[in-house]
Design a protein. Sequence first.
Length: 671
Amino acid sequence: MNLARMRALGCALMTLLTLWAFPVAAQGVGASPHLKMRLVAESAAPKSGTPVTLAIATTPDAGWHGYWRNPGDAGFPASFEWTLPQGVRVAGEVAWPVPTTLLIAGLMNYVYETPYAPLVKLDVPAGLAMGTTLPIKVAISYLVCTTSLCVPEAQTLSLDLSVGDGRPGAQASFDAWRAAIPKPLAANAAYAEKDGALRIAVPLPAAASVDQAYFFALTGKGAVDYAAKQTIAREGDSLIVSTRGKPAGRIEGVLRIGAHRGLALSAMPGIVPAGGGDSGALWTMIAALLGAVLGGLILNIMPCVFPILSLKALSLAKGGADEGAARREALAYTAGVVLVCVGLGAAILALRAGGSAVGWAFQLQNPKMIVVLLLLSVGIALNLSGLFEMPMPRFAGEGGATSAFATGALAAFVATPCTGPFMGAALGAALVLPWYAALGVFAGLGIGLALPFLLIGFVPALRRRLPKPGAWMEAFRRILSIPMWLTGIALAWVLGRQAGVDGMTFALVAALAVALVLWNAGSRQRRGLSFGWVGVVGLLVIAGSSIAGVSRSRAAAVDVAAGAEPFTEARLAALRQEGKPVFAYFTADWCLTCKVNEKAAIETAGVQQAFRDHGVAVLVGDWTDGDATMGRFIQAHNRAGVPLYLFYPKGAEAPQLLPQILTPAMLEGLE
């Protein structure tokens, strides 16, 4: 008899002796349960035809612990018996959070000693009338133990749901609970075994943050020795787990990579590199930084950034040969850009650490922020049109370090809706880097965005190549107002999608009020007077009233091309189970790159015909409103936001990640 079986037999005997010695406690008669459980729904009013997630919020008594889906060498997992209304069914297996280890008398236990919440998804059938009551009941049997005593317990939990609009309730709690559920690892791991020594290579970026690493096996005993010591080493972009075991086929399990963070993985026999090196980490960080710099550089050609950059560049041409002033402006502009990019990055990291599924341009998912950008775009467009001159700090066309800093901050802020080549992968990598390295990547994005103006400020030869000042600059300035007006129109459209026609109309009235205030200020300036404090107060009042008066309305229906469907994870799973190839893309109304790809590639006649010829199903995920479930799906594919393009070939286990800039030829070849 091997050591693992002896341990298991010992645990079984210990449990039986406990039940014999404490029969009353074992049955739970007259005693409250040692695991306090609540059944919580993410939405108390789930929408007909869409799934709803339930959590079994569990709190162990002090000194007691519950068991993971694989209890390890001892214990047994919980069992669930559901009583559900007609048509409602459990979708998939219970999702368990990352456990902890507990070694008792040489037996390794996979347990929970602090509050935890397994999640389960229920499919709600379509066609149910609003207000239909859905009584949910589950009987749970489980084992709860201390280090010396085990007690089997049972509880019945119930909850009444009512069919409604699907509005989430305990969203913050569910975000935190989901953050503890292991994320699927897109690529397969590999393992090698020799004379009982087992080594598993897990593909993981070298710069990814890993802490308290441990591999929890789901495969049966013998394949992995649960109680054997584990050592973790790094070899480039692979994390090497060394332990004991004799697997005969696939190994399933969860790799813990931090407190309440894990990766669900599957490993097959393969080549495992020698562990111990970490030289790949530096190169991965460098690649992410370079990608961010290149991505930021490309943002300068976006219609909301290019006018600002052009006028700041021409302002240096008017500044003559004052090298010191040019360099000070260039550094101030760069500081403004980098500060905003790092600030946004820090906000993203902080929100994600708290369990929120946010990404790049997360602030644009709030219609109040769209109103701010709309009024700002209108103000800049009117300034470029010559209606008024901006008082200090001037946003464009004038010199001074203060003006340059404000202009850089503005350029970075209005550039956030955009992503492009290099940028998506870089920001996605930033989300798995240590926080200090991630902030470095966001700073690299700012440096890339500021790079053209920085070079003009520090390289006199580039300034000499700029056109000489003249009357043409005023005409050029007015031409530059056109892309800013287009930006305002686009923002108004996005606001209409988020806040409805009433919200968009309210914001346009506010924009008209802003224009009247600025027209009056411009009239004062032409008479030799100042901008006027009344004008400043008026602008602040209008902006504040607009922000307070606009709220999110019912989300607009997702625009999908003929033959496409709105994305849900349930629909994706069903299509893959049918054996169909699937092209899934994720977009947002405020994402310029997304909309260009859709019109120039995805929705072209040739691509649509190719999809029909090859039987490719198309799913469209709209992230305009920052749907948390979709955000977590995007996050699971190492992306910080949209666009995201995935292709699932027929029968493939993992999707192909397509570039962020698409061409028709690229899509026509999918099958």
